[in-house]
Design a protein around this ligand. Structure first.
Ligand code: ATP
Length: 266
């Protein structure tokens, strides 16, 4: 059974239909990619799952139960944590204190010492233990992203929503990120839903990929199948002609898709 299911979800903003009859599932223990051109509805899907938005229609089911009655601040206690596209840390707090903010919602009945120990363990796990007492403000971008990840993980989620974890990272960091996400999944027994524009990364580590386009499900399947789906290639190339995406970005997506396909065939 899927850990998370979106069933016929519709999310409208005035005249804009950001999600239109979207049905998708995320099986337990898998890394599931959620891709699509700019404005396809990926972030909206995250916001619906985390209850920031109330969908106009449909249901979001987590572990067999609807989430629609759960208040946004309680989603984390159900076992769902997320990171954001824009690194959102408290700059004048230490790394450890930033992570403890994430523990606050789920650890009310634990002793403070225990919570701190767990936070330090998570910092070690995401390989930034040595920065525990550093202020967030001066840290390199890649390290700040790890802090944000640690803050999500310290709540001990079952489902981790990653919103563009490779965004802003350099080539080498992106290379390492894939194995890192897989290791987290294995060691923490996580299920991961991954929104990411780096097509190679998504295709390399996902067990399954869902593709959104203009708020609708365009394709869904294993990476090897999705990356050679003409509809998917067309959606990325189509972005060149009309949408907000720049020609360079669309071309980059198409090139990444083609390369991922080649690697898949090799
Ligand atoms: P990107 O890859 O650029 O992050 P995305 O796939 O995450 O894009 P969304 O941010 O979910 O796309 O946006 C889907 C559509 O919904 C877009 O047309 C966007 O302008 C619109 N939208 C999203 N959030 C809101 C909102 N709060 N109010 C109005 N329109 C919104």
């Amino acid at each position: 059974m899927a850990l998370l299911e979106l069933r016929n979800v519709r999310q409208q903003f005035g005249g804009i239909v950001a999600l239109d009859d979207v049905t998708m599932d995320v099986p337990e223990g898998q890394i599931v990619g959620l891709i699509g051109p700019n404005g396809a509805g990926k972030t909206t899907a995250f916001n619906v799952i985390t209850r920031l938005y109330d969908p106009n229609e449909g249901d979001v089911v987590f572990d067999g139960k609807s989430l629609l009655k759960v208040a946004p601040q309680n989603v984390i206690r159900r076992g769902i944590a997320r990171t954001f596209q824009n690194n959102e840390l408290f700059p004048t707090m230490t790394v450890l204190d930033n992570v403890l903010v994430g523990a606050h919602s789920t650890s009310r009945f634990k002793r403070e010492g225990q919570v701190r120990r767990e936070a330090l363990e998570i910092l070690e796990l995401v390989e930034i233990g040595r920065y525990a007492n550093a202020y967030a403000v001066g840290l390199p971008f890649g390290t700040r992203k790890r802090v944000e990840l640690a803050r999500a993980l310290v709540a001990r989620p079952r489902l981790l929503l990653l919103d563009e974890p490779a965004g802003g990272l350099n080539h080498e960091e992106v290379e390492n990120l894939g194995a890192f996400i897989q290791r987290l999944r294995d060691e923490l027994k996580l299920t991961v839903l991954l929104v990411e524009h780096h097509m190679n990364l998504v295709m390399r580590i996902s067990d399954h990929v869902h593709v959104l386009n203009f708020g609708r499900m365009l394709a869904s399947g294993p990476p090897s199948q999705v990356q050679r789906d003409p509809k998917v290639i067309e959606a990325y190339l189509g972005g060149e002609i009309d949408e907000t995406e720049s020609a360079a970005e669309a071309a980059q997506h198409a090139a990444e898709l083609a390369q991922a396909q080649q690697e898949g065939e090799a």
